[in-house]
Design a binder for this molecule. Structure first.
Ligand code: PPS
Ligand code: MG
Length: 399
């Protein structure tokens, strides 16, 4: 993000409110929800990964002429999984469908919340409807589309309704577990700002797939709002599968585009993302890290894992997250976002430079905070982080 753009972010500490098109009228569309007649679901056109498509023209012609089963059928998913060479292709397609559908529900509810001004009242029921509704939709779609083996879902919302009891799984180092945050960035959602539906798959303790639906994030870079090639389209779907790279497409189903983190190697040209809520990340510490590193641009504050998506496509160079003492990070707040960034060529670690370990159950066991950037900036970022933490601890010990 350049300095001119940073200066346009506005004086109220609400950079994304203006920049990211966060007014409900501009950024959300009232899309029709699923008809109640299950199991017919209004799926968007599926897109499939392109890890190893045939490259020669004759094999491409044979590929194009292959017998085509009914769109969306389990057999089609299996055939495409084999053709693409991506062992998680069926799961990826199902995950994209699931979060796209959940995003439609959330968009409709957010529009209602913002229009009715309900966010200022004590009544939390619309958020609850969207949260549980999102989880139920994702759970149902995954169960319908990915039938092999036992179904295990680690999700933010546990219990309450028997229909979402699937969210009670504890995760862990063995087997496959879906990891879901049905609305990540609830505060942003209620404010009418950024949020995400974040879904990942753990296989033997490793994140192998992640999808992030960001209904209010512009499809093109937020670092260059004037250079938009997507006609001001809002609503981005990020996805990544281990070893296959990361992609972004519109939530309306445009063809996926490969994405990669920025190649900035001088912190002077870097910008950094952090939590919108100061209760979720220590803005004084992140400010000190940025200063030590030599970052000149002010922080770009965005709710939810939309930050990981924006970082993965190079809208900014660095992501810093330092919760206040005692907070335990949950796996659903980072699983999808972290694989989108690493598959886009970035690095995600804790404050000590360790990889995030998603095999320990519902929580991440990590040192102090989470940082992400490209390979060029990571060594100096780690040093700045450690220096800033030391300085903060020394100052605290003097009190
Ligand atoms: N006290 C505290 N400290 C740190 N983190 C917390 C805390 N409380 C909640 N959370 C989790 O933060 C998730 C959203 O945080 P983000 O940083 O992504 O967004 S935000 O800018 O703060 O809104 C948020 O996600 P959702 O609960 O899904 O909205 C929480 O999982
Ligand atoms: Mg969350």
């Amino acid at each position: 993000m350049d300095m001119a753009m940073a200066a346009r972010l506005g004086p109220l500490g609400l950079p994304h409110a203006a920049l990211l098109g966060s007014s409900a009228a501009a950024s959300t569309r009232a899309l029709p929800l699923a008809p109640s007649r299950a199991p017919r679901l209004p799926y968007p056109l599926p897109h499939f990964p392109t890890c190893r498509r045939p490259s020669s023209s004759s094999s491409a012609a044979a590929y194009a002429a292959r017998p085509r089963p009914r769109r969306g059928s389990p057999r089609l998913l299996a055939v495409r999984a084999m053709a693409s060479g991506n062992p998680y292709a069926a799961e990826l397609a199902a995950a994209k469908k699931a979060v796209t559908l959940a995003a439609r529900l959330c968009q409709a509810v957010q529009q209602d919340i913002v229009h009715s001004g309900i966010q200022s009242k004590a009544d939390k029921s619309p958020v609850t409807v969207a949260d549980y509704g999102s989880q139920i939709l994702v759970s149902l779609v995954l169960k319908m589309e990915v039938s092999s083996g036992p179904f295990s879902l680690v999700a933010e919302e546990e219990g309450i309704l028997s229909a979402i009891d699937d969210g009670k799984s504890k995760g862990g180092p063995t087997g496959r577990h879906w990891v879901l945050d049905p609305i990540d960035g609830t505060k942003g959602f209620v404010r009418g700002d950024q949020y995400a539906i974040a879904l990942a798959l753990l296989d033997e303790g490793k994140v192998v797939l992640g999808v992030l639906a960001c209904p209010n994030l512009p499809l093109s870079s937020i670092s260059n709002p004037n250079g938009s090639s997507s006609g001001g389209q809002v609503g981005a779907l990020f996805s990544a599968t281990i070893g296959c790279g990361a992609e972004v497409e519109s939530l309306d189903g445009s063809p996926p585009q490969k994405i990669s983190v920025c190649s900035i190697d001088n912190p002077v040209n870097a910008s950094f993302f952090e939590s919108y809520e100061s209760a979720h990340s220590m803005h004084d510490l992140t400010g000190s890290i940025a200063e030590k590193l030599g970052v000149l641009a002010p922080p770009v504050r965005i709710d939810s894992q939309a930050k990981y998506g924006a970082l993965a496509r190079g809208d900014g160079a660095i992501y810093l997250r330092f919760p206040h003492k005692g907070y335990k990070e949950k796996i659903w707040d980072h699983a999808a976002g972290s694989i989108v960034v690493t598959e886009a060529g970035g690095i995600v670690t804790d404050a000590a430079g360790n990889d995030l370990d998603f095999s320990k159950g519902r929580f991440l066991d990590l040192d102090t905070g989470i940082i992400a950037t490209n390979k060029q900036l990571m060594p100096s970022l780690l040093k700045a982080v450690q220096d800033a933490i030391k300085e903060k601890n020394q100052a605290a010990s003097l009190l």
